[in-house]
Design a protein around this ligand. Structure first.
Ligand code: NAG
Ligand code: NAG
Ligand code: NAG
Length: 452
């Protein structure tokens, strides 16, 4: 019995880590893609071993991973909310929700969610105060709406804002395309932050101003979203003049003082051999937070899991998480939202930027000469980031270190406010996932926005 539990947990743990690099998804789907009778038999047997008393399930959905997902959800009692879309979460929490689709000039179809009014309202009286929320490039728009009424999306909606949750290509909300199939076409995954800044952000900005009927809007960005926004200022279709004000949560440019972890991780990823191996294994897709991966993460990191301390340690090490996070499976939901999907190239681009002070275009190494006509990739011009910016930083952030604050203030031309979170143990992810972020962060964000 104990042996069985240990081996199942080890199996899950192993998958959790290999999946971070997209290996597991792809190998599984290539090996077991078909509805093979043997696979069905193995699954039924597996279920009987795990849960001898349960009646047999009819596993008739195609595909191995979706079968395994259903099985896991059943035997491990995973709540249905784990698989909810952003739209479903908003509706469930009693807010008026709309779902929109924005098509970029290069064919990506991005799902955009709107919270069109306060809780229990009908969302018909449109507010002139429009805000676009963007999260990190690997994360889901659900980052801002997991915990009603205390998540930033709801706080803003209840305060009278017309709230739009944007998404970028490669996340769960950005896996559709007019021509390409993310599961089959490698070309779908040929993008870095440059394309997100060049195509996704301006498309979102113009869609939202058109549909909300406003000239200008607020922009709230978390983590790498700030990089994309700052990059977009240098591009021909810059929308800086449409922005009333930017709230930069955990702002980033490059970094003058990368942490030891960042150095190690970035050097590892930005290695040609590692990139080659990754590309072979995952076809350009770094991570896919599909229902199966969500199940594994939930099982490993839910409040009742024995592996929770490992999840907490891992998160603390990479993102910084304060002591809270108990109740409501907050850590599991947070991580499932944080890890949504991205391309190898985008992650590699992030690691490149993490090692230099500048915000540069994706570097092709020796290939730069052919692509850009220079030996190093071009630098984005930060003096074009003309919108007023409020910087909101955590004291214990391991990703965007507070040491870089002076550098940020010096590099960005129009910083109008700086807010360092009072709570001393606050880290990177706490700005959007912590149980007390409303008091520590969002009340202040509201106050800043009211002045513009
Ligand atoms: C992808 O977008 C097209 C066009 O908007 C839509 O018809 C289709 O249902 C979408 N596919 C998915 C899986 O969302
Ligand atoms: C990827 O995109 C870049 C520029 O956007 C292009 O130069 C390159 O040929 C593309 N690579 C592949 C394999 O399609
Ligand atoms: C950056 O933009 C500013 C404002 O347009 C311009 O004066 C400056 O020359 C630019 N810097 C570079 C390096 O292109």
């Amino acid at each position: 019995m104990i042996c069985r539990i240990i081996s199942v947990k080890i199996f899950l743990l192993l998958n959790f880590f290999t999946s971070s690099f997209g290996l597991f998804n792809v190998s599984l789907s290539t090996i077991f893609n078909e509805n093979k009778p043997l696979v069905g038999f193995a699954l039924t047997t597996f279920e009987k071993i795990l849960n001898p008393k349960a009646a047999p399930t009819s596993l008739n959905t195609a595909g191995f991973t979706s079968k395994l997902t259903k099985l896991l959800a059943r035997v491990k009692h995973i709540p249905p909310q784990v698989y909810f879309t952003t739209h479903q979460h908003i509706l469930q929490h009693g807010y008026p929700a709309e779902e929109h689709f924005v098509v970029t000039p290069d064919g990506y179809i991005l799902t955009v969610n709107r919270i069109a009014g306060p809780r229990h309202s009908r969302g018909r009286s449109r507010s002139p105060d429009v805000v676009l929320l963007m999260t990190s490039v690997i994360s889901s728009s659900s980052d801002f709406i997991l915990d009603a009424p205390d998540s930033l999306g709801y706080v803003l909606a209840d305060a009278g804002y017309d709230v739009w949750l944007g998404s970028n290509r490669g996340t769960r909300e950005g896996r559709n395309h007019t021509r390409l199939n993310p599961d089959k076409d490698k070309r779908f995954w040929n993008f870095s932050l440059d394309e997100i800044a060049r195509y996704d952000y301006p498309a979102l900005a113009s869609y939202i101003t058109r549909h909300a009927g406003v000239e200008r809007f607020f922009f709230v960005g978390f983590s790498a979203a700030n990089r994309c926004l700052f990059m977009s200022a240098s591009l021909p279709n810059s929308f800086m003049n449409k922005i009333r004000m930017v709230v930069s949560l955990a702002p980033m440019i490059g970094t003058e003082n990368p942490s030891l972890f960042m150095k190690f991780f970035s050097k590892f990823i930005d290695d040609d051999i590692v990139q080659g191996v990754l590309e072979q294994f995952n076809g350009g897709q770094f991570y896919h937070g599909n229902d199966f991966m969500k199940s594994l993460l939930y099982i490993a990191c839910s409040d009742r899991s024995k592996l929770r301390p490992i999840c907490l340690y891992f998160t603390k090490f990479t993102g910084g998480v304060h002591k809270g996070y108990l109740g409501k499976d907050r850590l599991a939901f947070g991580l499932n939202s944080a890890l949504s999907g991205a391309s190898n190239k985008a992650i590699e681009h992030i690691t490149q930027i993490n090692l230099t002070p500048d915000l540069r275009m994706y570097s092709y190494g020796a290939g730069n000469m052919a692509v850009y006509g220079t030996e190093t990739s071009p630098v984005y011009n930060l003096s074009l980031v003309s919108a007023p910016i409020a910087l909101v930083v955590s004291p214990k952030d391991q990703v965007t270190h507070i040491r870089d604050l002076a550098y940020l203030r010096k590099s960005l031309p129009n910083v109008v406010a700086t807010h360092v979170v009072q709570q001393r143990d606050y880290g990177h992810l706490d700005l959007i996932y912590a149980d007390n972020a409303r008091k520590s962060v969002y009340d202040n964000v509201l106050q800043l926005m009211r002045q513009y």
